[in-house]
Design a protein around this ligand. Structure first.
Ligand code: SF4
Length: 377
């Protein structure tokens, strides 16, 4: 399909902030939820004319904790998506859910409002670790939620898992992978813990993080184990059974268009990137969300060389990698580029297939360095 669009809806509410989290979300603001959804609907309406020629083939309700929102508000959001946009009948519609906030009633309500993919923030199979991370659920609850989702008719179930956690060993992480892959999930997102400055973890001085070699071993052995279990890597942090790659997430790495609603939600539309600032009250108070008005920040049109650079940076995160001709278009010296490509392919950091350069798992561990090296050739 041509002219497709993904919609991202940010739900900036959480029951409690996790110790490591830098996402934009606020604790316990039930009082603002219904005004927030009204503002979301105003923003959706404001963009509907601009997007009238596009077909929405993915909707992603993320957060924050979307499942903390009463399910009638989720249904309201999706009915407005359907009213203001041309929503494809087979659109992928994802909801992120926290295992401690769902039950059979909400699951049924999600199904009937059109959600066909559910993504649980599981993070670990160890209860002491979940507690250390500041998560509200126990692993048994995550298992029960996943089984319930399956029972209620969700076939497309994803889970998030973290590694490089304080005190974690390679064996611990592999046992997390084993535990998750024995459940009816078809997609896993696996993220290494990053310590962000403005978080409780960032202020804690005595976090015993695994040594770097151990973190690398977790990633590489995790990738191997996931492969054995039938989960193929299609992006640095994403693994799926065949056919269950996330259509919405792929848009970010293939420079397809997406429109983000809510504070801190990023958009890429008609060649322009923009985002609404991380300010919930300002968002609720905004009356006019029209495209191109001053309420958005970080607005810039991507043109010329920047487009190619984005293409290199984003595509090299994926299994398919980057076309060699794109790399040549960006490079100033063909010879320097070819020497570098030979170096990384000889050392098994990358491979060439069908005229495309893609990173191996070992290369993905060094993706930032390799990508910036490639961009200065
Ligand atoms: S539930 Fe998710 S978004 Fe909310 S604080 Fe924890 S990690 Fe952050």
């Amino acid at each position: 399909m041509m002219n497709n669009l993904g919609l991202y809806v940010h739900i900036p509410f959480c029951a409690k902030k996790c110790g490591y989290c830098d996402f934009y979300s606020l604790e316990r603001r039930e009082d603002l939820m219904s005004d927030y959804v009204k503002a979301l609907i105003r923003q959706m309406e404001a963009f509907s004319d601009t997007c009238s020629g596009k077909t929405v083939d993915s909707v992603y309700i993320g957060g924050g904790t979307p499942s903390i929102l009463p399910h009638r508000l989720i249904a309201d959001i999706l009915s407005k998506v359907d009213r203001f946009y041309r929503l494809w009948g087979k659109a992928e519609i994802t909801l992120e859910a926290n295992p401690s906030t769902v039950n059979a009633v909400s699951m049924r309500a999600y199904r009937s409002s059109g959600i066909n993919r559910i993504s649980f923030g599981v993070q670990s199979s160890s209860n002491p670790m979940l507690q250390k991370l500041g998560r509200l659920h126990r692993f048994e609850e995550a298992v029960a939620s996943i089984l319930l989702a399956k029972e209620e008719g969700f076939d497309n179930i994803s889970a998030d898992l973290m590694y490089a956690l304080p005190g974690q060993t390679v064996a611990d992480f592999l046992s997390d992978v084993n535990a998750l892959t024995s459940l009816p999930v078809v997609h896993l997102s696996v993220y290494g813990l990053k310590i962000e400055e403005n978080t409780p973890f960032g202020r804690q001085k005595d976090l015993a993080l695994p040594a770097e070699e151990e973190q690398c071993a977790m990633y590489l052995e995790g990738v191997e184990l996931l492969k054995e279990k039938g989960f193929l890597q299609y992006e640095i942090s994403n693994f799926a059974k065949r056919g269950y790659e996330s259509r919405h997430n792929m848009k970010y790495w293939t420079r397809k268009e997406y429109l983000g609603f809510g504070p801190a939600a990023h958009s890429f539309l008609n060649g322009v990137r923009f985002c609404f600032p991380r300010d919930l009250q300002k968002y609720i108070d905004t009356v006019d969300f029209s495209p191109c008005v001053g309420v958005y920040s970080d607005t810039y049109r991507v043109t010329g060389r920047e487009e190619w650079e984005e293409e290199v940076m984003l595509s090299l995160r994926t299994r398919d990698g980057c076309a060699l001709e794109t790399l040549h278009a960006v490079a100033e010296s063909r010879e320097a580029l070819e020497t570098y490509i030979k170096l990384i392919t000889d050392n098994k950091y990358a491979r060439i297939e069908n005229g495309r350069l893609s990173l191996t798992p070992k290369g993905m561990l060094l993706s930032n360095t390799i990508i910036s090296d490639l961009l200065v050739k």
